[in-house]
Design a protein around this ligand. Structure first.
Ligand SMILES: Cc1cc2nc3c(=O)[nH]c(=O)nc-3n(C[C@H](O)[C@H](O)[C@H](O)COP(=O)(O)OP(=O)(O)OC[C@H]3O[C@@H](n4cnc5c(N)ncnc54)[C@H](O)[C@@H]3O)c2cc1C
Length: 376
């Protein structure tokens, strides 16, 4: 008999959610991470992550998002505090551009509430923005943010309350599929489990070198800017936003809890990095890359950068997720390559993993996340 039914390797956003859902269903589960939850070395750190219901990435995410919203609500009930805040989100870009047209397509297909603002209406209602006349904005009232650190803490606390074992400060050296289970070799010994869920984010390829996962880790930079005109960003006068510009796609989170307007370029730089050796300092060049769009479209926010940070995206070639068993080792399930947009789905991914382990399948449509799509 193995030590555990399931070993969850890595307990960031995805692993912590998986651990909770598995423990809640009564499975014997262990979560292993070499770093303390909340650490800033992976992809899940910080106060906030955006959540949206109409999804420009692809409309097929919308049913999964509906379930994610419901599960965030369940988690809030279970932990006794709010985690998901519906503040509304603006998606701003050229009319007919990829951001606006894809968001609208998803909203219309799924009948989601939204409002369309022309450039003039946008700048009148939200004077922080300056956009050309060919721009439009889609306001989706269900958009908002999840408290990232608090969400991971909630999943882990409830997981352990439901019987999960949590091993923090333990480094996994190897994941060895066996005939009837998986051996996890760590710096403290070996753990035998029936199934291994690999939620190691940027380290997935290092932990599964033989799986040849088609992943690329990229370095992202976030800046917090002190507005020159703070009144334009206070008291909900400027909602969270996505902004398509000639400098790329950016996002902004103006919240009192943050040290300034959190502003970043989605896909900051396209270079592939080693998560163990990438430069974590934020350079003047990094700042300049972010600032260009800020200066052009949010001049009232273009004050001093008061804080900055780096983070990692684990990219698949098509930007969709991977949630699948390894073809040659079906007791190993890979989950966390989320291409820079996975946090909002964490509890839903936890539920899917729980379904896969306990029943062998899931009612959620995860065909988009199969490994076999890369075979060609
Ligand atoms: C800057 C930034 C902004 C983002 N914004 C959003 C957003 O607004 N909305 C959204 O939905 N998503 C967003 N994302 C994406 C989202 O945050 C990620 O998809 C998600 O956090 C990935 O979580 P994870 O659990 O897969 O990886 P991680 O959080 O990196 O967790 C992996 C864990 O595995 C552990 N580990 C790795 N190797 C080992 C080993 N050998 N032994 C033991 N432990 C190991 C690590 O210590 C780590 O804790 C953003 C990401 C970034 C970087």
């Amino acid at each position: 008999m193995p030590d555990f039914d399931i070993a969850v390797c890595g307990v960031g956003a995805m692993g912590s959610a998986a651990l909770y859902h598995l423990a809640r269903r009564g499975l014997r589960v262990v979560g292993i991470d070499r770093a303390t939850p909340g650490h800033d070395g992976g992809s899940s750190h910080g106060l906030t992550r955006m959540i949206r219901l109409s999804y420009f990435e692809h409309p097929s995410y919308v049913p999964l998002l509906r379930r994610a919203y419901a599960l965030w609500h369940d988690l809030e009930q279970a932990v006794g505090r709010s985690l998901l805040h519906r503040t509304g989100i603006l998606e701003i870009g050229p009319a007919g551009g990829p951001l606006v047209s894809s968001t609208l397509a998803a909203a219309r297909l799924h009948g989601l509430p939204h409002e369309i603002l022309g450039a003039h209406a946008l700048m009148t209602r939200y004077p922080a923005f300056q956009v050309p006349t060919n721009y439009v904005a889609v306001l989706q009232p269900d958009g908002g943010f999840v408290e990232a650190a608090a969400a991971i803490a909630a999943h882990l606390a409830l997981a352990t309350a439901n019987g999960a074992e949590l091993r923090i400060g333990e480094t996994i050296a190897a994941i060895e599929p066996r005939r009837d289970g998986v051996r996890i070799v760590t710096d403290r010994g070996a753990i035998d489990s029936g199934t291994a869920i690999v939620a190691a984010g940027p380290w997935a390829t290092k932990l599964l070198p033989d799986a040849r996962l088609p992943l690329r880790v990229t370095r992202q930079v976030l800046g917090w800017f002190k507005p020159l005109d703070a009144a334009l960003f206070a008291n909900g006068r400027c909602p969270m936003f996505l902004l398509e510009t000639r400098h790329g796609l950016h996002y902004g989170i103006p919240l009192a809890a943050e040290p300034g307007l959190k502003f970043a370029k989605h896909h900051h730089a396209e270079e592939t990095v080693d998560p163990d050796a990438c430069d974590r300092t934020v350079s003047a060049r990094d700042e300049a890359l972010i600032r260009a769009a800020l200066a052009e479209h949010l001049p009232a926010a273009n004050g001093p950068m008061v804080a900055a940070n780096t983070c990692l995206y684990t990219m698949t070639p098509d930007g969709d997720f991977i949630i699948d068993r390894l073809p040659n080792a079906p007791r190993v399930i890979v989950t966390s390559p989320c291409s820079g947009h996975g946090f909002k789905f964490a509890p839903m991914i936890g539920e899917i993993l729980c379904d896969l382990v306990s029943t062998g399948s899931t009612a959620h449509d995860i065909s988009r996340f199969r490994l076999s799509r890369f075979e060609d």
